[in-house]
Design a protein around this ligand. Structure first.
Ligand SMILES: [Zn+2]
Length: 283
């Protein structure tokens, strides 16, 4: 069985600020020292999940860098034998790889809560412009969008690690079959109490192994189709721009809506609208 590991950064142990997850070429934050430490810890958590997956019976592991520029992983720190992605604009973005035959499980590492979540460190959905994504009446985040897209290819989510708020959201939406590891407890939007990084990595390795061993019984995530979708932004100008896209309707001042026949259509429409909504707000 092949396994894909989607690794984000905001939910990694020790991370609580945008400074830590912003590659220095963007934002020009400090000198990048904190980013370098965080990307190393991100890679070690991905490595722990990969080792667990291999011990649990995975025959191939693809580690999919899913944060920002998607060039964060330090490949030399990954276990021998795995493959990894690097670089942004992949066909399936954060779950690139699940579309290939033989993939039996998707693992989330470093995941964070959806936009607007209380005490979820760095809680957001996709970019800073999105305030909420609602699918068939359920408010969701990157975890839900990614799980639906993986489900479109028959691949179940079996494991997740990140902050405690994200883990609660994932369990609530995706169900108890997802083995969760909370590596930190959110104190506010920009503060957390963390496990020791090596303890976080130890738990990720152990539970990823268990999760992959049980993957054959796991059920791919889905919803009712066609799905009613609503995307809410933080500013009405973003909804103005999205409203002009054919097939998109205006729901309220900051919300646009559409209907998707399947998760591939849903994911790509969301992704396009998130981009269209990235308008300058200074007129
Ligand atoms: Zn991220």
């Amino acid at each position: 069985m092949k396994v894909v590991i989607s690794v984000d950064m905001e939910g990694v142990c020790g991370v609580a600020s945008w400074v830590q997850v912003s590659p220095p070429e963007f934002g020009g934050l400090v000198n990048g020292t904190e980013y370098q430490a965080a990307r190393e810890r991100m890679t070690l958590e991905a490595a722990a999940a990969a080792e667990g997956a291999l011990a649990g019976g995975a025959t191939e592991v693809l580690v999919n860098d899913s944060h920002d520029t998607m060039r964060n992983l330090i490949p030399e720190l990954l276990p021998d034998g795995v493959t990894f992605t690097s670089g942004n604009d992949k066909p399936l973005s954060m779950v690139e790889g699940v579309q290939h035959p033989g993939v039996g499980a998707l693992l989330f590492v470093g995941y964070h809560a959806r936009a607007g979540s209380m005490r979820g460190p760095l809680a957001h959905t996709w970019n800073g412009a999105v305030r909420n994504m609602r699918i068939n009446g359920v408010d969701t985040g990157e975890y839900g969008l990614n799980a639906l897209l993986a489900g479109h290819y028959g691949v179940p989510v079996v494991f997740a690690s990140g902050d405690d708020v994200a883990m609660a959201e994932i369990r609530q939406e995706l169900g108890e079959q997802v083995v969760c590891v909370s590596v930190k407890e959110g104190l506010s939007s920009f503060a957390a109490v963390h496990l020791h990084p090596r303890e976080a990595q130890r738990q990720i390795r152990q539970r990823a192994e268990k999760a992959v061993m049980a993957a054959k019984k796991a059920v791919p995530y889905t919803t009712r189709w066609p799905a009613a979708c609503q995307l809410t932004f933080d500013h009405e100008a973003r909804a103005d721009a999205c409203e002009r896209v054919p097939g998109i309707t205006r729901i309220d001042n900051i919300t646009v809506g559409w209907e998707s026949p399947n998760a591939y259509h849903l994911f790509q429409t969301f992704r396009m609208l998130a981009k269209v909504g990235e308008v300058r707000l200074n007129g």
